[in-house]
Design a protein around this ligand. Structure first.
Ligand code: HEM
Length: 130
């Protein structure tokens, strides 16, 4: 079961990051003028908030089932960074202050690094004594 929840979490993270990715693809390859990519981006933007919230919950269940408890692990670190991104996203949605969006984006990029570590070397913390 935890494997399936892990795959769902990874898919949700992709969905959450797609608006940013599509914006850069459009800008780099089509000078921001590809309408299909713009439409697709707008569609994924609608999914962004619900997908981000689902990710926070499903990834937590995935981690709890995989570890049998809540303890420090590359997955726990990835989850904490995702929660920070969610909190900043919610704060920006409520307060509409640009600083929250700036940090929301920065923390999201940090989440990419932590999720990559979790997927590539899940036991990384054991090697350094945790
Ligand atoms: C782990 C979860 C999340 C990640 C990794 C994430 C990541 C991002 C990224 C990378 C952007 C920039 C998109 C762009 O510039 O095109 C963004 C924008 C935004 N995010 Fe999130 N996000 C998450 C969850 C949430 C949640 C839960 C909310 C609110 C409830 C939220 C609200 C927003 C808003 C309002 C924007 C800017 C406007 C928009 O593009 O719609 N995010 N997010």
């Amino acid at each position: 079961m935890y494997e399936l929840l892990g795959i769902i979490s990874a898919a949700l993270f992709m969905v959450v990051m797609l608006p940013l990715l599509l914006r850069h693809i459009n800008r780099i390859f089509f000078k921001g003028k590809n309408r299909v990519i713009t439409k697709l981006r707008m569609w994924f933007r609608k999914l962004h908030k619900p997908a981000g919230c689902c990710l926070a919950v499903i990834a937590l269940i995935h981690g709890y089932l995989a570890l049998g408890s809540i303890r420090i692990h590359t997955g726990t670190l990835a989850w904490i960074v995702c929660i920070a991104a969610v909190i900043l996203g919610v704060l920006f949605s409520i307060k509409k202050k640009a600083v929250y969006l700036v940090w929301h984006r920065r923390v999201a990029l940090l989440a990419v690094i932590f999720i990559a570590l979790h997927l590539l070397v899940p036991g990384a913390l054991y090697y350094i004594g945790f």
